[in-house]
Structures are given as structure tokens and as C-alpha cells.
Design a protein around this ligand. Sequence first.
Ligand SMILES: [Zn+2]
Length: 483
Amino acid sequence: MTIYRAQLLDTPQDPFHGGTLRCDQDGALLVAGGAILDRGGYCRVRAEHTDEEVVDLREGLLLPGFVDTHVHYPQVRIIGGLGMPLLEWLDKCALREEAKLADPSVARSVATEFLTGLVGSGTTSALVFGAHFADAVDDFFVQAAASGLRLTSGLVVGDRLLPPELLTTPDRAHRESVELARRWHAAGRVRYAVTPRFALSTSEEMLEACAQVLRDVPGTLFTSHVNENPVEVADVMRLTGAASYTDAYDRHGLLQARSVLAHNVHPGGEELNLLADRGTAVAHCPTSNCALGSGLFPLRAHLDAGVAVALGSDVGGGTGFCLLKEGLQAYVVQRLQPDGLLLSSAQLLYLATAAGARALGLEGEVGDLSVGKRFDAVWLRPRPGDPLSVGLAHAQDADDALAKVFTLGAPTDIAGVWVDGAGGSNASDKPGHRLAPEPAGCQFVRPSRGSGLGAGRGLGAPDVESASSRRTCRRGGNQIRPR
Ligand SMILES: [Zn+2]
């Protein structure tokens, strides 16, 4: 067993419905076999487990691992394609890039780069849009399983309005999807998601083939796009004859509790009620919506209708992997709307963690740092003297500290990531390196930031306190100071 000593912040109760930020200033998590067995003040936990190793993470903050509910692995190389609306960006940027994954060596490199970006940003669980090529998706699953991350993905399918090399047929899509799903769904921490690209590029027969995959491999998830851009919505309505964009999926039985639709920036009439009835979650991708000029997400309308919402980075339409940035952009998007919500830092953390876990059906395992959950966590430790470090040192309380994290935090502040509490290597510091060859799990701890920055705590790897060393309780580190 291991005791992780840290300032713990999480949102076990939904802050949109009365929950608040939970903070243990000098907290401890007792972890064994990847599970959190105990949580509380360090002194109490230490006193009850005097023989266990202590990992000292007091410098900075320990948060639940981030959950990204919408991200495209083939698009890691095209992040930053600015200046175009959705359909032009797909045509000139995204789809051309995705066609390159027909080459297995390209697909393999892209998958490695993607997983490196994901773990380097503190994302421990994700619903990942796969590639249009079965071999590429199979290789992605191989790497995903080896990474130890908690990933759900699938073969992307479409049979119209795509470049010829990305097209498939309903029969082939069904056969390849079932094959991949039977091989990978619930294989360790990876799962399968049935993934039509979007209603614009999928015929009725293709959506029916998708529904058949869901029936053939029970428990698989479903994901696609919906109501992202007004021109796209009009095209879908004209092509499908459905009552709404949402209905285009629902009339094939594709919307369920394990379904996640990305964007929904422009929901019409009864669509929100339909999503709420089906228990389908929406992945809100604010940097993508802003970069592509898609629109401002109507969060209040979703919450009023009872639709579950979580965050997605939507790489590469989005501007990066880090859900801290998405959280800040979600806040800004609400501020720009007359009826926008004034989001608290606790609500931002919830959207980036527990809400995502619920959307992906992982709420029993991850999303917060409660006893009984798996130890999926991200350790934020800004460099001493950086604005975030200064801000944390002067934060008024935990909510204020967390607001500073969302405002100023970046992947460079992430010093460690754990999935299921077990170890691996820091892929961010070793480009191209496998994230965690050990099947035990994924952990990385950044190496020392170097002696040139000065001496003192927080400049190197975390202190590990053995049973034979410090057994007394003492305070230290750059802690939040409530007033
Ligand atoms: Zn997307």
C-alpha cells in the first residue's frame, strides 16, 4: 500500500445541483492495487498505517485525472488549422489528414503522438474518435492498451460526402466494427464505441449497420457529432429528412445512456428533451466551437432540460489536449451570452472530471478521489515563481486556487499522472516512447527541473517517505491558505 500525501481537490457531488468543491488541505489517499482504500487528513491516515510508504505531493495540487469525452486521434498533427468554418476545415484540413492513416506506419506514429499529448495533459480517460481504417484502429487499441489509459474508441465509418479513400459500405463497416469490438471491448481498460462520422456522411443503411453493431456486441458505446455548425445542420436536415439532427440518430435506436454526441451548439425544439429522455450525454468542446466559429454553447438550456454535459477537447478542431484550457474557454463562452451561466471553478472541475466519467459510464470507477474509486489522478506542480505558483500561494481559499489553476494552468504544470495507481514512464519527456509498457498501469512523474532553478522542495521528483523515516505529522509546501 502507498499513502499519497497532497492537497486534494475534487467534486464528488455535482456542483450544478448543490455540490461543492471538496478540499483536504493536508490530505492523504491510501492506495493499494490501484484502488483508493482510505482518504482523510494525513495525520489520521498515517497514524493508522505507519508501515506504508508515503509519496509526498504537497507541492501543488492533486486532482482527479481529466476525462476527455471527445477527441480525434488522427488529428493530432493538424491542431492549429485556424481560419476556416467547420465544413471547409474538414475538407481542406481534417479529412486529407485522416486519409494518410491508410499507411500503417503513419497511423502508428500518429497514435503514439496522440497518446503522448493526452497523458501529457493529465487526461486519464477519454472517448476517442478513431480512424477510418480498421488496421489503424486495431493498432491504436494496441497502443492504447499498452499506455494503461482508460480509453474508448472505434472505427469511424461513413458512406457518402467524404473523400473516396475514406468511404466504406454498410456491410464492410459492420463486419470490421464487430471484429474490432469483439477483440477490444472491455479488454482491460479499453472499450469500443460505435462511431459514424456524422449524419451528413452516413446513409440510413450505414446508421442501421451501426445499430446492428451495438446489438451484436452488447455494452459498446456510441458516439458521433450533432448540431455543430448551422450550415452543417441545414445540410443534414435536407439530406436525411429526419425531424431533427438528433432524430437522425434516434430513429435508428442509436441514442442511449452510453451514447455521447459532440457539440450540440445549435439544438432545436425538442432535441434537448429527446437527449434527456435517452440519457445521452453531450460533449461540450468550447475551444473547437470558438476556433471554427461554430457558435456559443447553450449550457443553461442543456442543464434546464436535464441533459448531461461534460468537456471534450475535440483535437484537432480544438486548440489542444488540456482540459484546463477547455474549462477556461467554457467559462468564457458562458460569459459572452446574455443568459450564460457564471461558472464556478468547482463546476469547471466537475465538467472536466466527474461529469466526463458519468458521460462515459465510468462514474463507479473514476471522476473523483473518493474511497472505492480507482486512483486516477493528476498532480499539478507549477514551477516556483511562475504566475500560477504565485497565484496559488496567495489564493484566498480552495475555490480561488482552483480558479487560478483553470486560468493559468497548462500541461507544463503537470508533474505526474496516475491511472489505476500504477507506474509507467513519462511519455511527454520522451517523444515516441511507449507510455507505459507495463500492463500494471500508467504513471509518469516528471524528472527534476534541474539545479539551475534553485534549491528547495518542489524542484525534483516527489519525496518518498519510507516506513523507517518521518513518522511525525508536519506541515510543508506551498499550500492553499484559507482565510
Ligand atoms: Zn469532433
